[in-house]
Design a protein around this ligand. Structure first.
Ligand code: NAG
Ligand code: NAG
Length: 178
């Protein structure tokens, strides 16, 4: 954050457009999540996801929203039509990088359960969104809630994808066997 602030001041002198792209830098944990996604997507013969600043910002807002309501029920009002994968953990003190790794790996762990001949397999919806061919842009956010009173904490990871995946009727075209 300190680095970014100085970058902003410097580039502001030159151009508002450059300022926007500098502020829009992908955070390290967001890059970790995207790279893990892209390693798995390569196994399924689909293109890498692009970093999307608007989706990163929305994913952070959604993670904060779910931490506030203390449940991950896909009701975030800031998704703007994007597909969404959610992950939550109670207890422990994972860093943002830990959340990026563990959420992404847990979503992919559904792969052995997937029926590649089916439209939507209920147990594999995180996996199918992750490797969905037509999803091209990616955002990732983390938020924490401390319950107070010694009751521990909750950590939320949220990934957003556009265009949205898991479209009934399009599974065979978008979820490619390894
Ligand atoms: C999600 O949970 C919140 C808080 O409990 C609740 O107000 C909301 O109605 C739920 N939304 C859905 C779609 O289940
Ligand atoms: C991440 O997942 C691994 C494997 O399930 C687990 O051993 C580890 O404790 C997790 N890390 C955190 C910080 O929760």
């Amino acid at each position: 954050m300190r680095l970014k602030a100085s970058t902003v001041i410097t580039v502001f002198l030159f151009s508002g457009l450059i300022l926007l792209t500098q502020v829009a830098a992908e955070e390290g944990y967001q890059l970790i999540a995207r790279e893990i996604h892209n390693q798995y997507r390569a196994i399924h013969h689909v293109s890498a996801l692009n970093s999307d600043e608007d989706l990163h910002n929305r994913a952070v807002m959604c993670a904060q929203y779910y931490a506030t309501i203390r449940t991950i029920n896909h009701s975030c009002p800031f998704k703007n039509g994007a597909g969404e994968n959610l992950w939550a953990q109670r207890g422990g003190n994972p860093t943002n990088d830990d959340v990026a790794r563990n959420s992404s790996n847990s979503w992919y762990s559904e792969e052995p359960l997937h029926n590649y001949n089916a439209q939507f397999t209920p147990a594999t919806g995180h996996f199918t969104q992750m490797v969905w061919k037509n999803s091209l842009n990616f955002g990732f956010g983390v938020a924490r809630l401390n319950f107070g009173f010694g009751l521990g904490n909750m950590v939320v990871g949220c990934a957003l994808y556009s265009p949205q995946g898991n479209v009934i009727g399009q599974f065979q075209d978008n979820v490619i066997p390894p």
